[in-house]
Design a protein. Structure first.
Length: 559
């Protein structure tokens, strides 16, 4: 058999369930509903539990009414909670409502005559008209009329009832008015009536009817069929609560459907951008490194058919770097990479065998439910070639292709460091073409340039790859040669370089007989730093020219 304790237990479970349902939901309406049910639950607690020092029934009834009123106000506010002017309307409501509620409490506790409440009730109804007109959207025409009728009708009915019967339960009348407004507003923001809104409207209407019946008669004193009204007193509340829970479930399902639609749109947009993107893109399985998808730009850039590429692994594209190189560390294990890898320079192989320089960006994703990687590869082969050419021009002579003075300085320092480490000697040779000005004056600069290229080619043919020959002036060349045991090794090299010019230079327009002069400085005998060796070698070259040219002069002989 149902009773107060069972109803209290059911309300406790109901409040907990609604609290769990609304937790984490984005709608502010759900949180206000939960707050309203907390107030209603507390009103039942106040009524059902007896304190050790119980208050008189009139005090407890007044406190219970205040909690019920807060709960019903929370429901009304929840239906217009998104209105822009809600804060101002609530503030005015506090200014008007608090004196009205205090007046009703005074009537309940100290039996203040009802006629003294007429101004407070009229002021409350006027505020109700103002608040609902301010908060309800203009499109709610029928609801605006219904709520306006409730406010005006209630004010007139209260005054008339007071005049004719002189016995009005103002608390139940006030609660019934708020519940009727909730019945009108429930589900008002929906374009169509749903099952939850229908159940909630019926529940609010039944709830209001019970308050209206209770305001005129005492249900516990009735017999017959009206006694069953008292038995089912809490049923409307459960209908309203059930409809609210159902509404939360419908909202969740609607959000899931909207989210699914957004994901479908995003997937469609991604596929469109993926397929039509001009940059090569593909997706590969993170565990097996096999391709699972590739766009048309990737197939075109690498020369494969789609079925061919999907049968391959990512490592099949990667050109294996030289052992112990910087690139080898990054390519060893494709599956042991961070979640995001941006603009990593790699070398890939085209289907025809040629190498492609690419900047690879990778992101870890889920593809068809499995861990995968999305890759975009930007072909930088031409840019890399241009950068290499610019770098080569910055460090090499434009005419002969030999290292220039800047590059020579770097290589001299390396050679000296190596010589110190290996306990060997090194020779710095400054080479100048004898009487080269006459070649330019006689044959012109075009032939002169051709002659300089031929001179550099002959010198380069006798210089080891481990050593360096550079052009450091108009007709001046410098060589740094390491790994020497003694000065005699430098003399042999100088003699060999002099002899290669015994034969004439066969140019496109003529043959020219040339000779060279060489100044030689030995490390560490003539100096232990680059500046000293260069200066001593230049001095030795000057002495060689002054001695008649076509010879090599050592710095040690000029001291």
């Amino acid at each position: 058999m149902r009773g107060p304790v069972i109803d209290l237990v059911l309300l406790t479970l109901l409040v907990l369930f609604i609290g769990i349902q609304q937790h984490g939901r984005p709608q502010a309406r759900n949180r206000v509903w939960f707050l309203g049910w907390v107030f209603i639950y507390l009103s039942y607690v106040v009524w059902e539990f007896t304190l050790p020092h119980p208050l008189p029934d009139r005090f407890r009834e007044a406190f219970r009414f205040d909690l019920l009123l807060l709960g019903q106000l929370a429901f009304v506010v929840s239906f217009v909670a998104t209105a822009a002017r809600l804060r101002r309307v609530v503030l005015v409501g506090l200014i008007v409502g608090i004196p009205t509620v205090l007046a009703i409490n005074a009537h309940q506790i100290w039996f203040v005559p009802l006629k003294m409440l007429v101004p407070a009730v009229v002021l409350w109804e006027v505020y109700g008209v103002y608040a609902l007109r301010a908060l309800m959207p203009p499109r709610w025409r029928l609801r605006r009329l219904l709520v306006l009728g409730i406010c005006v009708g209630y004010g007139a009915a209260f005054v008339a009832h007071l005049v004719w019967s002189k016995n009005v339960d103002l608390q139940d009348w006030a609660l019934a008015e708020l519940v009727l407004c909730s019945a009108v507003l429930y589900g008002a923001d929906e374009q169509r009536r749903s099952l939850s809104s229908i159940i909630g409207t019926v529940g609010f209407l039944a709830w209001a009817a019970f308050y209206l019946l209770d305001s005129g008669v005492t249900l516990t004193e009735l017999s017959g069929w009206l006694h069953w009204v008292y038995v089912f007193w809490n049923v409307p509340k459960y209908l309203v609560a059930f409809s609210m829970v159902l509404q939360m479930s419908e909202d969740a399902r609607s959000e899931m459907e909207q989210m699914a639609d957004r994901y479908r749109d995003l997937y469609h947009d991604f596929r469109l951008m993926f397929e039509r993107n001009p940059q090569p893109m593909w997706i590969y399985d993170e565990a097996t490194t096999r391709f699972v998808s590739a766009n048309r730009a990737a197939l075109k850039a690498y020369g494969y058919e789609e079925r061919e590429l999907l049968a391959m692994e990512v490592r099949d594209l990667v050109v294996e770097p030289e052992p112990n190189s910087e690139e080898s560390t990054g390519n060893k294990a494709l599956v042991m990479m961070p979640a995001i890898r941006e603009a990593v320079r790699l070398r890939h192989r085209h289907k025809d065998g040629r190498e492609i320089a690419v900047d690879v960006t990778e992101h870890r994703i889920l593809f068809r439910g499995d861990p995968a990687r999305f890759v975009m590869a930007v072909d930088v082969t031409d840019m890399e070639r241009e950068n290499q050419e610019l770098l080569h021009r910055a460090h090499h002579d434009a005419l002969t292709g030999l290292p220039n003075r800047h590059e020579l300085d770097i290589r001299i320092e390396r050679c000296l460091e190596r010589s110190v480490r290996d306990l060997r000697k090194a020779a710095l040779l400054t080479i100048d073409v004898d009487h080269f000005k006459q070649v330019n004056d006689t044959y012109g600069h075009v032939v002169g340039d051709e002659c300089l290229k031929a001179v550099s080619a002959r010198l380069q043919s006798r210089i080891r790859q481990a050593d360096t020959l550079a052009r450091t002036g108009g007709e001046e060349f410098t060589a740094i040669i390491g790994g020497l045991s003694s000065e005699d090794d430098a003399q042999k090299i100088s003699s060999m370089l002099l002899r290669i010019f015994d034969a004439p230079m066969a140019l496109s327009a003529c043959e020219i007989h040339l000779s060279i002069s060489i100044g030689v400085a030995i490390f560490p005998d003539d100096g232990v730093d680059r500046e000293t060796l260069v200066r001593r070698s230049d001095d030795a070259l000057y002495e060689a020219k002054r001695a008649g040219r076509n010879r090599a002069m050592f710095a040690s002989a000029t001291v």
